[in-house]
Design a binder for this molecule. Structure first.
Ligand code: GLU
Length: 483
Protein backbone atom coordinates (compact mmCIF):
# COMPACT_ATOMS: atom_id res chain seq x y z
CA UNK A 1 0.00 0.00 0.00
CA UNK A 2 1.20 3.49 -0.85
CA UNK A 3 -0.82 6.56 0.12
CA UNK A 4 0.11 10.12 -0.60
CA UNK A 5 -0.57 13.69 0.32
CA UNK A 6 -0.36 16.10 -2.60
CA UNK A 7 -0.62 19.71 -1.43
CA UNK A 8 -0.36 22.67 -3.79
CA UNK A 9 2.01 25.21 -2.23
CA UNK A 10 -0.29 28.16 -2.87
CA UNK A 11 -0.99 28.84 0.80
CA UNK A 12 -0.19 27.57 4.29
CA UNK A 13 -1.37 24.08 5.25
CA UNK A 14 -5.13 24.38 5.76
CA UNK A 15 -6.67 22.29 8.51
CA UNK A 16 -8.77 20.48 5.88
CA UNK A 17 -5.55 19.54 4.10
CA UNK A 18 -4.00 18.50 7.38
CA UNK A 19 -6.91 16.15 8.03
CA UNK A 20 -6.52 14.63 4.55
CA UNK A 21 -2.81 14.17 5.22
CA UNK A 22 -3.58 12.63 8.60
CA UNK A 23 -6.03 10.08 7.13
CA UNK A 24 -3.45 9.08 4.50
CA UNK A 25 -0.79 8.81 7.17
CA UNK A 26 -2.99 6.66 9.42
CA UNK A 27 -4.03 4.42 6.56
CA UNK A 28 -0.46 3.72 5.51
CA UNK A 29 1.00 3.37 8.99
CA UNK A 30 -1.85 1.13 10.10
CA UNK A 31 -1.27 -1.35 7.30
CA UNK A 32 2.51 -1.15 7.13
CA UNK A 33 2.37 0.78 3.86
CA UNK A 34 4.18 3.88 2.70
CA UNK A 35 3.03 7.47 2.96
CA UNK A 36 4.61 9.78 0.38
CA UNK A 37 4.49 13.52 -0.09
CA UNK A 38 4.16 15.21 -3.45
CA UNK A 39 4.32 18.96 -3.74
CA UNK A 40 2.06 19.97 -6.63
CA UNK A 41 3.88 23.13 -7.58
CA UNK A 42 2.78 23.35 -11.21
CA UNK A 43 0.93 26.63 -10.78
CA UNK A 44 4.00 28.82 -11.25
CA UNK A 45 2.13 32.00 -10.50
CA UNK A 46 0.69 31.02 -7.15
CA UNK A 47 3.20 28.44 -5.84
CA UNK A 48 6.01 29.70 -3.62
CA UNK A 49 8.96 28.15 -1.90
CA UNK A 50 7.88 29.82 1.31
CA UNK A 51 4.53 28.01 1.26
CA UNK A 52 6.29 24.73 0.47
CA UNK A 53 8.49 25.16 3.52
CA UNK A 54 5.56 26.19 5.64
CA UNK A 55 3.54 23.12 4.61
CA UNK A 56 6.42 20.73 5.27
CA UNK A 57 7.12 22.26 8.65
CA UNK A 58 3.43 22.11 9.61
CA UNK A 59 3.42 18.41 8.69
CA UNK A 60 6.51 17.82 10.80
CA UNK A 61 5.03 19.75 13.71
CA UNK A 62 1.91 17.56 13.54
CA UNK A 63 4.11 14.46 13.55
CA UNK A 64 2.93 13.30 10.12
CA UNK A 65 6.24 11.97 8.89
CA UNK A 66 6.35 10.88 5.28
CA UNK A 67 8.54 8.26 3.62
CA UNK A 68 11.46 9.27 1.43
CA UNK A 69 12.14 12.74 0.08
CA UNK A 70 9.26 15.00 -0.92
CA UNK A 71 8.58 14.78 -4.64
CA UNK A 72 8.12 18.00 -6.62
CA UNK A 73 5.69 17.82 -9.49
CA UNK A 74 7.61 20.36 -11.59
CA UNK A 75 10.61 17.98 -11.60
CA UNK A 76 8.50 15.46 -13.44
CA UNK A 77 7.30 17.48 -16.44
CA UNK A 78 9.34 15.29 -18.81
CA UNK A 79 7.50 12.23 -17.56
CA UNK A 80 4.12 13.91 -18.00
CA UNK A 81 4.93 14.97 -21.57
CA UNK A 82 6.23 11.51 -22.41
CA UNK A 83 2.96 9.93 -21.28
CA UNK A 84 0.88 12.50 -23.18
CA UNK A 85 2.85 11.81 -26.36
CA UNK A 86 2.47 8.08 -25.85
CA UNK A 87 -1.30 8.53 -25.74
CA UNK A 88 -1.12 10.44 -29.04
CA UNK A 89 1.02 7.72 -30.61
CA UNK A 90 -1.49 5.11 -29.51
CA UNK A 91 -4.42 7.07 -30.94
CA UNK A 92 -5.91 7.81 -27.51
CA UNK A 93 -5.15 11.50 -27.63
CA UNK A 94 -4.64 14.06 -30.36
CA UNK A 95 -3.14 17.44 -31.13
CA UNK A 96 -5.71 20.17 -31.30
CA UNK A 97 -5.10 23.53 -32.95
CA UNK A 98 -8.44 25.13 -32.27
CA UNK A 99 -8.40 28.79 -31.39
CA UNK A 100 -10.21 30.07 -28.30
CA UNK A 101 -12.90 31.45 -30.63
CA UNK A 102 -13.45 28.05 -32.26
CA UNK A 103 -13.70 26.38 -28.87
CA UNK A 104 -16.18 28.97 -27.68
CA UNK A 105 -18.21 28.45 -30.84
CA UNK A 106 -18.40 24.68 -30.33
CA UNK A 107 -19.43 25.17 -26.68
CA UNK A 108 -22.21 27.54 -27.67
CA UNK A 109 -23.39 25.11 -30.33
CA UNK A 110 -23.58 22.28 -27.79
CA UNK A 111 -25.62 24.48 -25.46
CA UNK A 112 -27.93 25.59 -28.26
CA UNK A 113 -28.61 21.88 -28.89
CA UNK A 114 -29.61 21.51 -25.26
CA UNK A 115 -26.38 19.87 -24.05
CA UNK A 116 -23.61 20.88 -21.71
CA UNK A 117 -21.00 23.28 -23.09
CA UNK A 118 -18.29 21.05 -24.50
CA UNK A 119 -15.63 20.92 -27.15
CA UNK A 120 -16.94 19.12 -30.23
CA UNK A 121 -13.75 17.22 -31.03
CA UNK A 122 -13.29 18.72 -34.47
CA UNK A 123 -9.50 18.06 -34.44
CA UNK A 124 -9.93 14.47 -33.24
CA UNK A 125 -9.37 12.65 -36.48
CA UNK A 126 -7.23 15.20 -38.32
CA UNK A 127 -3.96 13.53 -37.35
CA UNK A 128 -2.36 16.90 -36.53
CA UNK A 129 1.13 17.23 -35.09
CA UNK A 130 2.59 19.71 -32.64
CA UNK A 131 2.66 23.35 -33.65
CA UNK A 132 2.81 26.63 -31.78
CA UNK A 133 -0.33 27.15 -29.71
CA UNK A 134 -1.49 23.52 -30.10
CA UNK A 135 -2.59 21.39 -27.13
CA UNK A 136 -2.98 17.66 -26.63
CA UNK A 137 -6.50 16.50 -25.89
CA UNK A 138 -7.56 13.15 -24.53
CA UNK A 139 -10.11 11.23 -26.59
CA UNK A 140 -12.92 10.71 -24.15
CA UNK A 141 -14.55 7.36 -25.01
CA UNK A 142 -18.05 7.84 -26.38
CA UNK A 143 -21.00 6.87 -24.16
CA UNK A 144 -20.99 4.44 -21.30
CA UNK A 145 -20.38 5.10 -17.65
CA UNK A 146 -17.43 5.62 -15.38
CA UNK A 147 -17.98 4.11 -11.96
CA UNK A 148 -16.01 3.39 -8.86
CA UNK A 149 -16.71 2.31 -5.31
CA UNK A 150 -15.45 5.16 -3.21
CA UNK A 151 -13.82 4.10 0.06
CA UNK A 152 -15.81 6.79 1.87
CA UNK A 153 -18.78 7.73 -0.29
CA UNK A 154 -19.68 4.31 -1.68
CA UNK A 155 -20.60 3.69 -5.34
CA UNK A 156 -20.32 6.73 -7.63
CA UNK A 157 -21.36 6.82 -11.29
CA UNK A 158 -20.67 9.42 -14.00
CA UNK A 159 -22.00 9.37 -17.57
CA UNK A 160 -19.01 9.43 -19.93
CA UNK A 161 -21.07 11.64 -22.24
CA UNK A 162 -20.75 14.40 -19.67
CA UNK A 163 -16.99 14.39 -19.96
CA UNK A 164 -15.15 16.53 -22.47
CA UNK A 165 -12.10 15.73 -24.58
CA UNK A 166 -9.97 17.23 -21.87
CA UNK A 167 -6.69 19.01 -22.52
CA UNK A 168 -3.83 16.99 -21.04
CA UNK A 169 -0.91 19.04 -22.34
CA UNK A 170 -1.20 22.80 -22.61
CA UNK A 171 0.18 24.95 -25.40
CA UNK A 172 3.06 26.01 -23.13
CA UNK A 173 4.15 22.36 -22.99
CA UNK A 174 3.04 21.80 -19.40
CA UNK A 175 0.63 19.07 -18.28
CA UNK A 176 -2.79 19.90 -16.89
CA UNK A 177 -3.71 18.95 -13.32
CA UNK A 178 -5.50 15.68 -14.14
CA UNK A 179 -2.68 14.42 -16.38
CA UNK A 180 0.08 15.29 -13.93
CA UNK A 181 -1.73 13.67 -10.99
CA UNK A 182 -2.47 10.45 -12.86
CA UNK A 183 1.04 10.06 -14.28
CA UNK A 184 2.54 10.79 -10.86
CA UNK A 185 0.23 8.47 -8.98
CA UNK A 186 0.92 5.68 -11.47
CA UNK A 187 4.69 6.13 -11.54
CA UNK A 188 4.93 6.61 -7.77
CA UNK A 189 2.99 3.38 -7.26
CA UNK A 190 0.17 5.04 -5.30
CA UNK A 191 -2.45 2.43 -4.44
CA UNK A 192 -4.88 4.58 -2.40
CA UNK A 193 -5.85 8.08 -3.48
CA UNK A 194 -7.51 9.72 -0.49
CA UNK A 195 -8.24 13.41 -0.96
CA UNK A 196 -10.80 16.15 -0.43
CA UNK A 197 -14.19 15.64 -2.02
CA UNK A 198 -13.71 18.80 -4.07
CA UNK A 199 -11.90 16.40 -6.40
CA UNK A 200 -14.81 13.97 -6.95
CA UNK A 201 -15.51 15.53 -10.36
CA UNK A 202 -11.92 14.95 -11.46
CA UNK A 203 -11.95 11.28 -10.58
CA UNK A 204 -13.93 9.99 -13.63
CA UNK A 205 -11.52 11.85 -15.94
CA UNK A 206 -8.59 10.40 -14.08
CA UNK A 207 -10.05 6.90 -14.25
CA UNK A 208 -10.30 7.19 -18.05
CA UNK A 209 -6.67 8.30 -18.17
CA UNK A 210 -5.59 5.33 -16.03
CA UNK A 211 -7.42 3.03 -18.40
CA UNK A 212 -5.96 4.65 -21.51
CA UNK A 213 -2.48 4.36 -20.02
CA UNK A 214 -3.11 0.69 -19.25
CA UNK A 215 -2.54 1.18 -15.53
CA UNK A 216 -4.30 -0.55 -12.70
CA UNK A 217 -6.80 1.69 -10.90
CA UNK A 218 -6.01 2.72 -7.35
CA UNK A 219 -8.68 2.83 -4.65
CA UNK A 220 -10.27 6.26 -4.35
CA UNK A 221 -11.62 7.83 -1.17
CA UNK A 222 -13.04 11.34 -0.99
CA UNK A 223 -13.03 13.00 2.39
CA UNK A 224 -15.98 15.34 3.06
CA UNK A 225 -15.32 19.02 3.62
CA UNK A 226 -15.02 20.82 6.89
CA UNK A 227 -17.71 23.44 7.52
CA UNK A 228 -17.89 26.45 9.79
CA UNK A 229 -20.60 26.83 12.44
CA UNK A 230 -22.92 28.43 9.87
CA UNK A 231 -22.58 25.29 7.70
CA UNK A 232 -20.69 27.08 4.93
CA UNK A 233 -17.27 25.87 3.85
CA UNK A 234 -14.71 26.63 6.55
CA UNK A 235 -12.87 29.81 5.63
CA UNK A 236 -11.01 32.70 7.20
CA UNK A 237 -14.36 34.23 8.14
CA UNK A 238 -14.72 31.49 10.75
CA UNK A 239 -11.35 32.22 12.35
CA UNK A 240 -7.99 30.56 11.98
CA UNK A 241 -7.86 27.96 9.20
CA UNK A 242 -4.15 27.25 8.84
CA UNK A 243 -2.26 24.77 10.98
CA UNK A 244 0.38 27.45 11.51
CA UNK A 245 -2.17 29.84 13.02
CA UNK A 246 -3.11 27.17 15.58
CA UNK A 247 0.53 26.58 16.35
CA UNK A 248 1.02 30.29 16.92
CA UNK A 249 -2.07 30.48 19.11
CA UNK A 250 -0.60 27.89 21.45
CA UNK A 251 -2.32 24.67 20.47
CA UNK A 252 -0.40 21.45 20.93
CA UNK A 253 0.06 19.25 17.87
CA UNK A 254 -1.37 16.24 19.74
CA UNK A 255 -4.58 18.18 20.40
CA UNK A 256 -4.95 19.33 16.81
CA UNK A 257 -4.24 15.86 15.41
CA UNK A 258 -6.68 14.29 17.87
CA UNK A 259 -9.30 16.90 17.00
CA UNK A 260 -8.90 16.57 13.23
CA UNK A 261 -9.08 12.79 13.37
CA UNK A 262 -12.31 12.86 15.33
CA UNK A 263 -13.75 15.39 12.89
CA UNK A 264 -15.73 12.98 10.76
CA UNK A 265 -14.16 9.78 12.07
CA UNK A 266 -15.18 7.87 15.17
CA UNK A 267 -14.14 4.84 17.14
CA UNK A 268 -16.96 4.04 19.54
CA UNK A 269 -17.33 7.01 21.86
CA UNK A 270 -13.66 7.41 22.59
CA UNK A 271 -12.50 11.03 22.35
CA UNK A 272 -8.85 11.01 23.36
CA UNK A 273 -6.38 9.32 21.02
CA UNK A 274 -2.64 9.54 20.62
CA UNK A 275 -1.36 9.36 17.08
CA UNK A 276 0.02 5.88 17.77
CA UNK A 277 -3.26 4.71 19.16
CA UNK A 278 -5.10 6.03 16.10
CA UNK A 279 -2.72 4.17 13.80
CA UNK A 280 -3.91 0.99 15.47
CA UNK A 281 -7.65 1.57 15.11
CA UNK A 282 -8.16 3.93 12.16
CA UNK A 283 -10.29 2.82 9.24
CA UNK A 284 -11.85 4.79 6.39
CA UNK A 285 -15.00 2.75 6.93
CA UNK A 286 -15.70 4.84 9.99
CA UNK A 287 -15.23 8.17 8.27
CA UNK A 288 -18.64 9.83 7.85
CA UNK A 289 -20.05 10.63 4.41
CA UNK A 290 -21.37 14.02 5.44
CA UNK A 291 -19.41 17.22 5.91
CA UNK A 292 -18.20 17.83 9.46
CA UNK A 293 -18.68 21.06 11.39
CA UNK A 294 -15.61 22.58 13.00
CA UNK A 295 -16.16 23.14 16.72
CA UNK A 296 -13.52 25.44 18.26
CA UNK A 297 -14.80 24.72 21.79
CA UNK A 298 -14.10 21.04 21.41
CA UNK A 299 -10.61 21.78 20.14
CA UNK A 300 -10.07 24.00 23.20
CA UNK A 301 -11.29 21.23 25.46
CA UNK A 302 -8.85 18.77 23.91
CA UNK A 303 -6.02 21.27 24.04
CA UNK A 304 -6.66 21.92 27.73
CA UNK A 305 -6.57 18.15 28.23
CA UNK A 306 -3.20 17.80 26.49
CA UNK A 307 -1.76 20.81 28.32
CA UNK A 308 -2.75 19.28 31.65
CA UNK A 309 -1.17 15.99 30.67
CA UNK A 310 2.10 17.28 29.27
CA UNK A 311 5.02 16.73 31.67
CA UNK A 312 5.56 20.09 33.45
CA UNK A 313 9.19 20.50 32.37
CA UNK A 314 8.18 20.00 28.75
CA UNK A 315 5.39 22.52 29.24
CA UNK A 316 8.01 25.01 30.46
CA UNK A 317 9.93 24.79 27.20
CA UNK A 318 6.73 25.03 25.20
CA UNK A 319 5.63 28.10 27.14
CA UNK A 320 8.90 30.03 26.85
CA UNK A 321 8.39 31.39 23.32
CA UNK A 322 4.90 32.52 24.27
CA UNK A 323 6.26 34.42 27.27
CA UNK A 324 8.94 35.97 25.09
CA UNK A 325 6.32 37.08 22.60
CA UNK A 326 4.78 39.10 25.44
CA UNK A 327 8.14 40.57 26.32
CA UNK A 328 8.36 38.49 29.50
CA UNK A 329 11.83 37.10 30.15
CA UNK A 330 11.48 33.41 30.99
CA UNK A 331 12.55 32.98 34.63
CA UNK A 332 14.97 30.31 35.80
CA UNK A 333 13.92 26.68 35.64
CA UNK A 334 12.64 26.26 39.19
CA UNK A 335 10.51 29.39 39.17
CA UNK A 336 9.09 28.75 35.71
CA UNK A 337 8.19 25.23 36.77
CA UNK A 338 6.27 26.57 39.77
CA UNK A 339 4.45 29.08 37.58
CA UNK A 340 3.50 26.38 35.10
CA UNK A 341 2.20 24.16 37.90
CA UNK A 342 -0.22 26.89 38.99
CA UNK A 343 -1.53 27.48 35.48
CA UNK A 344 -1.61 24.19 33.64
CA UNK A 345 -5.05 23.23 34.96
CA UNK A 346 -6.55 26.55 33.96
CA UNK A 347 -5.29 27.25 30.45
CA UNK A 348 -6.86 26.31 27.14
CA UNK A 349 -3.83 27.36 25.08
CA UNK A 350 -0.17 28.20 25.65
CA UNK A 351 -0.89 31.78 24.60
CA UNK A 352 -3.59 32.01 27.25
CA UNK A 353 -1.21 30.50 29.78
CA UNK A 354 1.43 33.13 28.98
CA UNK A 355 -1.20 35.84 29.44
CA UNK A 356 -2.21 34.38 32.78
CA UNK A 357 1.44 34.25 33.84
CA UNK A 358 1.93 37.94 33.25
CA UNK A 359 1.18 38.99 36.83
CA UNK A 360 4.12 36.95 38.11
CA UNK A 361 6.49 39.43 36.45
CA UNK A 362 7.57 42.87 37.61
CA UNK A 363 7.08 44.68 40.90
CA UNK A 364 3.41 45.48 40.57
CA UNK A 365 0.77 43.63 38.56
CA UNK A 366 -1.19 45.29 35.80
CA UNK A 367 -4.92 45.22 36.52
CA UNK A 368 -7.72 44.42 34.18
CA UNK A 369 -10.04 47.46 34.21
CA UNK A 370 -12.86 45.76 36.16
CA UNK A 371 -10.54 44.46 38.86
CA UNK A 372 -8.90 47.87 39.22
CA UNK A 373 -12.34 49.38 39.85
CA UNK A 374 -13.19 46.65 42.32
CA UNK A 375 -10.02 47.14 44.34
CA UNK A 376 -10.49 50.93 44.49
CA UNK A 377 -14.08 50.43 45.63
CA UNK A 378 -12.99 47.95 48.32
CA UNK A 379 -10.35 50.32 49.59
CA UNK A 380 -13.05 52.94 50.19
CA UNK A 381 -15.46 50.70 52.13
CA UNK A 382 -15.64 51.51 55.81
CA UNK A 383 -14.62 48.98 58.43
CA UNK A 384 -16.16 47.75 61.64
CA UNK A 385 -19.84 47.71 62.48
CA UNK A 386 -20.83 50.19 59.75
CA UNK A 387 -19.35 48.08 57.02
CA UNK A 388 -21.61 46.13 54.70
CA UNK A 389 -21.30 42.44 55.54
CA UNK A 390 -19.50 41.76 52.28
CA UNK A 391 -16.34 43.51 51.08
CA UNK A 392 -15.78 45.32 54.36
CA UNK A 393 -12.77 47.56 55.04
CA UNK A 394 -10.42 46.69 52.21
CA UNK A 395 -7.68 49.01 53.35
CA UNK A 396 -7.78 47.74 56.94
CA UNK A 397 -7.72 44.15 55.70
CA UNK A 398 -4.63 44.81 53.62
CA UNK A 399 -2.91 46.44 56.58
CA UNK A 400 -3.70 43.37 58.66
CA UNK A 401 -2.22 41.18 55.92
CA UNK A 402 0.94 43.29 55.89
CA UNK A 403 1.40 42.49 59.56
CA UNK A 404 0.53 38.80 59.19
CA UNK A 405 2.75 38.18 56.20
CA UNK A 406 5.97 39.67 57.47
CA UNK A 407 7.06 36.11 57.37
CA UNK A 408 5.46 34.14 54.52
CA UNK A 409 3.55 31.05 55.66
CA UNK A 410 5.49 27.93 54.84
CA UNK A 411 2.68 25.67 53.75
CA UNK A 412 -0.74 26.11 52.29
CA UNK A 413 -2.22 24.92 55.61
CA UNK A 414 -0.31 27.64 57.46
CA UNK A 415 -1.72 30.21 55.07
CA UNK A 416 -5.26 28.85 55.39
CA UNK A 417 -4.94 29.19 59.15
CA UNK A 418 -3.88 32.81 58.83
CA UNK A 419 -6.80 33.41 56.51
CA UNK A 420 -9.46 31.87 58.71
CA UNK A 421 -7.93 33.51 61.81
CA UNK A 422 -8.17 36.93 60.21
CA UNK A 423 -11.70 36.31 59.00
CA UNK A 424 -12.75 35.25 62.52
CA UNK A 425 -11.07 38.27 64.07
CA UNK A 426 -12.93 40.63 61.75
CA UNK A 427 -16.17 38.66 61.91
CA UNK A 428 -16.39 38.22 58.12
CA UNK A 429 -16.22 35.33 55.69
CA UNK A 430 -12.86 34.04 54.46
CA UNK A 431 -13.62 35.33 50.96
CA UNK A 432 -13.88 38.89 52.28
CA UNK A 433 -10.30 38.86 53.58
CA UNK A 434 -8.95 36.97 50.57
CA UNK A 435 -10.40 39.24 47.91
CA UNK A 436 -8.34 42.44 48.45
CA UNK A 437 -5.23 40.32 48.89
CA UNK A 438 -5.84 38.51 45.61
CA UNK A 439 -6.49 41.78 43.82
CA UNK A 440 -3.36 43.40 45.25
CA UNK A 441 -1.16 40.42 44.35
CA UNK A 442 -2.53 39.52 40.93
CA UNK A 443 -4.51 42.47 39.58
CA UNK A 444 -7.43 40.12 39.05
CA UNK A 445 -10.34 38.52 40.91
CA UNK A 446 -9.51 35.06 39.57
CA UNK A 447 -6.12 33.48 40.08
CA UNK A 448 -4.30 30.37 41.21
CA UNK A 449 -4.02 29.67 44.96
CA UNK A 450 -2.73 32.60 47.00
CA UNK A 451 -0.18 30.59 48.90
CA UNK A 452 1.43 29.28 45.71
CA UNK A 453 1.44 32.78 44.26
CA UNK A 454 3.20 34.28 47.27
CA UNK A 455 5.75 31.54 47.20
CA UNK A 456 6.57 32.36 43.59
CA UNK A 457 6.56 36.13 44.08
CA UNK A 458 8.77 35.88 47.16
CA UNK A 459 8.45 37.98 50.35
CA UNK A 460 9.71 41.26 48.94
CA UNK A 461 7.39 41.50 45.95
CA UNK A 462 4.47 40.09 47.97
CA UNK A 463 4.77 42.73 50.66
CA UNK A 464 5.52 45.45 48.12
CA UNK A 465 2.30 44.68 46.25
CA UNK A 466 0.17 44.65 49.42
CA UNK A 467 1.75 47.89 50.63
CA UNK A 468 1.15 49.62 47.32
CA UNK A 469 -2.52 48.65 47.40
CA UNK A 470 -2.97 49.72 51.04
CA UNK A 471 -1.26 53.04 50.44
CA UNK A 472 -2.79 53.57 46.98
CA UNK A 473 -0.26 56.11 45.70
CA UNK A 474 -1.05 58.40 42.78
CA UNK A 475 -1.46 56.46 39.53
CA UNK A 476 -2.15 53.14 41.30
CA UNK A 477 -3.31 50.67 40.14
CA UNK A 478 -1.93 50.45 36.64
CA UNK A 479 -4.51 49.17 34.20
CA UNK A 480 -3.62 46.73 31.46
CA UNK A 481 -4.43 47.77 27.89
CA UNK A 482 -7.13 45.52 26.52
CA UNK A 483 -5.54 42.96 24.20
N1 GLU B 1 -2.91 19.30 -5.34
C1 GLU B 1 -4.31 19.05 -5.16
C2 GLU B 1 -4.86 20.00 -4.11
O1 GLU B 1 -4.11 20.55 -3.34
C3 GLU B 1 -4.59 17.65 -4.67
C4 GLU B 1 -4.56 16.70 -5.78
C5 GLU B 1 -4.97 15.30 -5.37
O2 GLU B 1 -4.97 14.99 -4.17
O3 GLU B 1 -5.24 14.53 -6.25
O4 GLU B 1 -6.05 20.19 -4.09
Amino acid sequence: MITRFAPSPTGHLHIGGARTALFNYLLARGLGGKFVLRVEDTDAQRSTEEYTKSILSAMEWLGLSWDGEPVFQTDRTGLHVEHAERLVAEGRAYWCRCTPEEIEESRKKAMAEGGKPRYDGRCRELGLGPSPGAVIRFKCPPGGQVRWRDLIKGPIVFEASELDDLVILRSDGLPTYNMAVVVDDITMGVTHVVRGDDHVNNTPRQILLYQALGAELPEFGHVPMILGSDKSRLSKRHGATSVMAYQEAGYLPQALVNYLARLGWSHGDQEIFSLEEMVGVFSLRHVGKAAAVFDPNKLDWLNAHYIKNTPPDELCSLLKPFLEKRGLPAPDGEKLLKIVLTLRERSKTLAEMAGKAEFYFGDLPKFDPKSAEQLLALLKTPEGADAPAKDAGGKAILEKWLGLLQELPRTREDFDQLLSGLAAELGVKAGVVAKPLRLALTGSTASPGLHEIMEILGPEVTLGRIRAAAETPEGYPQVRQPA
